[in-house]
Structure formats: C-alpha cells, structure tokens
Design a protein around this ligand. Structure first.
Ligand code: UDP
Ligand code: MG
Length: 323
C-alpha cells in the first residue's frame, strides 16, 4: 500500500515548545515507512509563539500544513477543522503535547491496512491523580448506563480514521460536538491498541475542573433525551408518594380528627418537591439551551489563515466551519 497518504491532524492551543519536537518525532516515525503524509496543525487561536513555530516548521518540512483560527474555539472545533481540511486516505488525530506516543503510529497504520476504519489507541491511567481516575471511572460507569452509544475510559481522540470514517463524521453537523460519542455513533470496523499513559512534557493541561464537569454534562445530554425521561419518572414518583401520603393523612383525619402539628412534614415536602422541580427545570433548560444554539447555525470556527494560501495552492475546502 505504498500509495497510501496519511494526514496527521494536530489541534494546537498554546503549544509553544512542542511543535518542532512533535514534527521531528513524526518525521522520524514516518520516514522508514516510505509513506506519503501531511502534518496539519490546527492553531486554535494560540496567544503564545505556537504560530511562529508552525511557520518555522513550514519552512523546514514540506509536509507541514496549517489552519489558524481567529480565536480560541476549543479542541472539538479544531478537530472538526482538521477533518475538513485533511486530504489523506486516513487521518491520525494526535495531541500536540507528545502525550500520544508517535511509536504507536506504525501499529495504527497496520490496523488500517488490515481493513479497520477506526484504529483506537487506548491509554491506561498511570500517572493521573487518584481523584481524577476515580471520578472518570465513576463517570464512564454512569454515562454508559444513560446514553445509547458506548464510551470507553482511556479512549480519546488519539486514533486513526479511514476516509470513510472521516466522511461519516463530517456528515454529523451538530453545533455542540462531543467527539467521543460521535466516534462511537458512526460505528464501522474498530480495533483497539493499548498504551501506557504519558504525562505532559511542556506547558500545562488546558482543562480546568469546571471544563471537565461541563464536558461530562455534554457527554450525557448530547446523545439522548433520557434525562428528560428521568424527570418524568421523578415527577411520577413524587406524585405517587404525595397521593399515598394524602390518603394516609386523610384516613387519620377521618378517624381521629385534625392534628395541628405538621411542621416537619410540610417543610420536608416543600424542600423535596422544590428540589425535584428545580432539577427537572435545569435538565429541560439544558436541552432548550442546546436547541437555541443549534437554531443560530453559527459556524464552528472562523479561519484567519491557512498554509494553502501561503504556499499559493487553491483552498479546496470550506473556509468556515459549517459542515
Ligand atoms: N487544545 C486545543 N484547543 C483548546 C484546548 C486544547 O486545540 O481549547 C489542544 C491542545 O493543544 C492539545 C490537545 O488539544 O494538543 C489536548 O489538550 P490538553 O493536553 O490540554 O488536554 P489533556 O491532555 O490534559 O486532556
Ligand atoms: Mg495533553
């Protein structure tokens, strides 16, 4: 399969110090294979020297391509842009921080040659903080009970996607993208390769606890309306309990007359029902918010510059991120 052309898609946000190391590592891995490849850096509105380093790499390595956003649109938008601009027969998604070991690339490509549409690199959680590992284990357990597609702990964006898988992903045009779920949603033939977790060498993770929490909520509400059904059941249960309680109290009143004390029951009922109602309202609000965002049909990202413009090639893909 010497005619195979691989696109590496690297979302990069403030990855100063990592770009050239990454590029060198990719070249060292790809040269022995003799395959043709491009390395597409998607600069997600970095405000450090990331863009300068990408431009530097463009001079030294003919394989480098880039797309640069007008501001930070988030990793999901960067991945989408990468998939839209990539020209390869297969696309390998990798982080810029070298946490995705390039040594695995030959195995990913071998998986593709065996006929798989998705070859997934799965990491273990060695080196992660115990709290983070515990939380994510609990999250995956809970989320897989709730949503229709299956998510696996340790399987992230590091994977090879065949052209068929890329085109399938690009058909999903939702504004609020949750890639982990989308990879699972498209299905196709999949193979998993395991690797040891690697901790970040330069810079810091861009994920705060708050962002992780939001991401977790996205995972659940992006994929179904089961939480709404849960509200319905919670309402039904409280209604049932209320009817039972009213009947018991009414029988007591008929038998023994009205008893005045009732502070505890009233306050418990008010607080419990208030809690259920607010929670349900929150869940409904989450979906309404998403409908609002989808109706605006804004592009996922805006492009400031691309290497195609610099290299003088015609840009064949969409300039804005509406897929
Ligand atoms: N990233 C991005 N846009 C963002 C945040 C992150 O393109 O808004 C990129 C980042 O440059 C890196 C990858 O996404 O290549 C993963 O980010 P990070 O290492 O911060 O996440 P972690 O590995 O901690 O999950
Ligand atoms: Mg990282």
């Amino acid at each position: 399969m010497k005619h195979l052309f691989i696109s590496f898609v690297i979302p990069s946000y403030n990855e100063e110090g990592n770009i050239l190391t990454m590029m060198k590592a990719l070249k060292d891995t790809m040269t022995p294979s003799g395959l043709r490849y491009e390395v597409l850096f998607v600069d997600d509105g970095s405000d450090d020297k990331t863009m300068d380093e990408i431009r530097g790499a463009l001079i030294d390595y003919p394989e480098v391509e880039y797309v640069s956003f007008t501001r930070n649109f988030g990793k999901e938008a960067a991945i989408l842009a990468g998939l839209q601009y990539a020209k390869g027969d297969a696309v390998i998604l990798m982080d810029a921080d070298l946490q995705h070991p390039p040594e695995l690339i030959p195995q990913l490509i071998r998986g593709y040659e065996e006929g798989y549409d998705q070859v997934i690199a799965k990491r273990n959680r060695v080196g992660d903080s115990p709290i983070r590992s515990l939380l994510s284990r609990a999250y995956y357990w809970g989320v897989n009970k709730t949503i229709d597609v299956e998510l696996h702990d340790g399987e992230g964006d590091f994977r090879l996607l065949s052209r068929r898988a890329v085109d399938s992903l690009l058909q999903l045009s939702e504004g609020n993208r949750f890639s982990k779920g989308l990879y699972s949603w498209i299905g196709l033939e999949q193979k998993t390769i395991s690797y040891e977790n690697v901790t970040r060498q330069h810079g810091e993770t861009k994920w705060s606890f708050k962002q992780l929490l939001n991401y977790a909520v996205d995972g659940v509400v992006s994929f179904n309306t089961k939480p709404l059904r849960l509200c319905f059941y919670a309402g039904l249960l409280s209604l049932f309990l209320a009817i039972a309680y009213i009947s018991i109290t009414l029988i007591g009143i008929i038998r023994n007359g009205v008893e005045v004390p009732g502070y505890f029951t009233i306050i418990s009922a008010v607080l419990f029902l208030g809690g259920v109602q607010l929670l349900s309202l929150g869940i409904i609000g989450e979906y309404v918010g998403r409908i609002y965002n989808e109706t605006k049909k804004r592009p996922h990202y805006l492009v400031r510059r691309t290497s195609a413009a610099v290299k003088g090639k015609p840009v064949s893909h969409a300039k804005i991120g509406n897929s």
